[in-house]
Design a protein around this ligand. Structure first.
Ligand code: ATP
Ligand code: MG
Length: 447
């Protein structure tokens, strides 16, 4: 059997064939029987198989690297807490003029930079802790651009084409800032000479399965509407080998690069259930498009118009610590429907971290009693010690009397009985409800 690469159809288009030649001995001598088989379908299947195989390998590589990066970063972060904490203590203990202060401050600076690296690695692993809220992508871009003003090459032109009615989507605002920052920095670093330009776009895209298939990073995304961020530059561009490795941690082509920027971007996008599309050619520039699902979210900044509590509206920021996704979702929808801003945390440790990040910002804490790891009682104690006046409501399936007994005299604002219902059968204790309703934004006066 020999094979020729292709045969031609009547219309001139080519297709792959396989040709078999069989010698037949007959009375009039040898004849050749040629069998020509159209193998275009088989070839297409082989190609598809190879493509899927490669995709699978890529996914496996990303996952195992993610596990490693996440593990190292997690332990390393804890070690750094010791270094940074003790340096702080030592600085406090020393008299201000001590010559050792200079060294300690150097240690502190290096440790803080190492902590930043850890954050990038955690982000890559997709395990960086999320505090999700409704994020306005345009606002996030403006914020990062403010920060980056000094790092942008002076000769570079920056064009902003931001969709003016972009819906918000649920995300960790710090991590979204990290994505914007890394893409913009890379674009700025890719520019050469005069005439460099960077375009930042935002918009909405209806993605079907074919479109989703063309994405580089994506985890079983379902077709639907996505919010996108696009950063395009007319810089050096990338060849195929570079394009294949850009998301690998520590892959860099730059003299002073660390190779963690895009690794972090990939992790964050995966963690948010999004995708990345890349178009880049050597010498012709690069375009990154990052997509985030925006399902079920209304216009930027607006809350879904639920008519709860007879039109009563509240404001303030509520911290919800609950490990059960369904409950979290119901609580969030209900509270956002009433006009509150909501931050969701999935366990006690994360809740405490989130609380400590801006302890004075919270108006109320809703806390599940039975949490994995650091339990509800401990979380309550720590929050209450730090801000005794902040109302904390326990959500629990336990008997109300049991909760009253356990928290007697500890300053708990009240208890919401599970199953919770938005229209309010599980009413907070009268005192807490009163305090919740009376809460005002700082500056708006506190009755
Ligand atoms: N806009 C771009 N144009 C050309 N090449 C790019 C662009 N963005 C990324 N790359 C390529 O991808 C590589 C990896 O990017 P990544 O952001 O992960 O690391 P880095 O920029 O080299 O270092 P770091 O961001 O950690 O300081 C870069 O070194 C560069 O080769
Ligand atoms: Mg970078």
């Amino acid at each position: 059997v020999i094979s020729t690469p292709a045969a031609a159809r009547k219309d001139g288009s080519e297709f792959p064939v396989e040709v078999g030649l069989n010698p037949l001995l007959g009375p009039s001598g040898v004849r050749i029987l040629a069998v020509i088989v159209d193998i275009s379908q088989r070839k297409a299947m082989e190609l598809e198989h190879a493509r899927l195989q490669e995709k699978l390998q890529q996914a496996q590589k990303m996952e195992s690297l993610g596990v490693m990066a996440g593990g190292v970063a997690h332990d390393f972060n804890n070690l750094l807490t010791g270094v940074i904490g003790n340096t702080d203590l030592a600085l406090m203990a020393l008299p201000p003029g001590s010559p050792a202060c200079v060294n300690l401050k150097d240690i502190q600076r290096s440790a803080l930079r190492a902590a930043d690296l850890c954050r990038q690695m955690l982000a890559y692993s997709g395990k960086g802790r999320f505090i999700t809220e409704a994020v306005d992508l345009n606002a996030a871009i403006e914020e990062v651009l403010q920060l980056l003003r000094a790092s942008m090459p002076r000769s570079a032109q920056l064009h902003k084409l931001l969709h003016h009615r972009l819906p918000s989507f649920r995300a960790d605002p710090v991590q979204i800032g990290q994505v914007v920052m890394n893409l913009l920095l890379n674009a700025a670093e890719a520019l050469v000479g005069e005439g460099g330009s960077i375009t930042v776009r935002t918009g909405l895209v209806e993605a079907d399965t074919t479109y989703l298939d063309s994405l580089l990073v994506h985890e079983n995304l379902a077709p639907g509407t996505f919010v996108f961020l696009e950063v395009e530059d007319n810089g050096i561009g990338m060849d195929r080998l570079t394009r294949e490795r850009i998301f690998d941690p520590f892959f860099t082509t730059k003299f002073a690069g660390r190779g963690l920027g895009l690794a972090a971007v990939a992790g964050i996008v995966r963690g948010h259930g999004g995708g990345i599309r890349l178009d880049s050619r050597v010498g012709q520039g690069t375009r990154f498009r990052v997509l985030f699902p925006c399902e079920g979210i209304e216009g930027a900044g607006s809350s879904p118009a639920l008519n709860l509590a007879g039109g009563w509206r509240g404001f303030g920021r509520i911290l919800v610590i609950e490990d059960e996704p369904v409950v979290r979702d119901v609580v969030r929808r209900t509270l956002e429907g009433l006009g509150f801003e909501v931050s969701l945390c999935t366990d006690g440790e994360e809740g405490l971290e989130c609380f400590a990040r801006r302890p004075r910002d919270w108006s109320l804490v809703l806390l599940d009693l039975s949490l994995p790891g650091v339990g509800g009682e401990q979380v309550f104690q720590q929050i209450h010690d730090r801000r005794p006046e902040l109302p904390v409501l326990i959500m629990s399936g336990h008997d109300q009397a049991l909760i009253d007994e356990r928290f007697q005299g500890l300053g708990l604002a009240g208890c919401l009985q599970k199953p919770l219902r938005p229209q309010g059968t599980g009413q907070p204790a009268a005192g807490a409800a009163g305090r919740l309703r009376n809460h005002r934004r700082p500056g708006a006066g506190r009755p």
